[in-house]
Design a protein around this ligand. Sequence first.
Ligand code: NDP
Length: 448
Amino acid sequence: MNVDAQISEYYDKLLKRNAGEPEFHQAVAEILHSLRFVLEKDPHYADFGLIERLCEPERQLIFRVPWIADGGEIRVNRGFRVQFNSALGPYKGGLRFHPSVNLGIIKFLGFEQIFKNSLTGLPIGGGKGGSDFDPKGKSEGEIMRFCQSFMTELHRHIGEYRDVPAGDIGVGGREIGFLFGQYRRLTDNHESGVLTGKGLAWGGSLVRKEATGFGSVYITEEMMASQGESLSGAKVIVSGSGNVAIYAAHKAQELGATVVAMSDSSGYVHTPQGVDIELLRDVKEVRRERMSTYAAEAGEGVSYVDGGNIWEVAADVALPCATQNELDGESAQLLVDNGLRYVAEGANMPSTPEAIRVFEQSGVHFAPGKAANAGGVATSALEMQQNASRDSWSFDYTDERLRTIMSNIFKNVDATAKEYGREGDYVLGANIHGFKKVADAMLAQGVI
Ligand code: NDP
């Protein structure tokens, strides 16, 4: 069978076995497209059912999460943990609390995580988890009780050398605190390496909070430098206004760019003079309010577009940092028509396949999420290193390690794209470089 037929067969089988999971299909389709190039050169990567095994999670957990609302009503949510691949190390990947969460979304995120974690060069496998719980509008007490109930089941399946969850959408430092507290209570064990994103006083790492956003900007810098350009003076759009977005905006401005727009799921804020990071952090991190509040308090020249499309703002660089499929083909075309030249994905799979096609055809330099947002998990692995050695590193040292990791990711991705005769195709470079290390480990470890 030729390689194209072989890949189509894998994909058809996967669609049948995983019906109703479009995001998972999308993530696998992208990887399989890149693997065509690998299998043509190195057919042994199809041996021992490697591709089928790679696309099948090692373990998928689905569990009931009952909790009591402030008014005494009983609520029931669904919890997930997909332990996708541990060939390189313990499962590692965040927890997402959002009403849209279902098994397919967690599988797409867990699958992406395998390659991303491999790209960091650190010994971590891929996993992801979460719940369809909606933290919006819940009291602190409700969030705590939900986290405690979630951990009451999850604690049976995780551990410092087994599976190490972290944050993602809807799960920040506060939630990690509640989860960690309940883990300790249930296990009577201060195993700090069991979760990352912890508070600094109880095993957390400096730079972890900033890492995903900073890392996506570091890789943007590398990508621009490879074209003889820099962020200094560039106009940047950052979608979202959560953990990743805030620190992407912060670092981009520190390096001389102007962040001209940010958003949340209700609308976007146009900030032609740049974003006031202190005010943004106060509104989002301290008061937990909306971007409309930021716009109302930011003063002259700042406007709020309720329900608007952030991608209609003209910019040189786009950093999509909100959620999957937030940037479609039409929006990509709009960005290109307005002069866009660089994209680095802070979020996971924020660009649709059509959007990526538009960027490719228009010569836009595009760093996919697997590479561009790997700084978060990489710094989580640095947190694990500090926990294991009972140490805590300085901000500058940790930031420098993050910067080096992002620089190496860019170099490896760039070199792999060139090796396969596709210079500048960072999607292909990231997929293949991430894949090979995992695949070699799986082949070495036998059929398991
Ligand atoms: P947060 O919960 O801190 O922030 C999420 C942001 O995205 C909010 O501004 C939210 O707006 C917006 N958003 C969420 N869902 C939607 C939606 N359906 N439509 C429009 N906007 C939406 O999450 P993070 O910043 O942690 O995560 C953002 C992205 O980055 C995710 O794709 C995540 O998987 C990825 N990522 C995160 C890492 C991390 O370290 N945190 C690591 C690597 C990747 P609103 O408040 O209105 O919901």
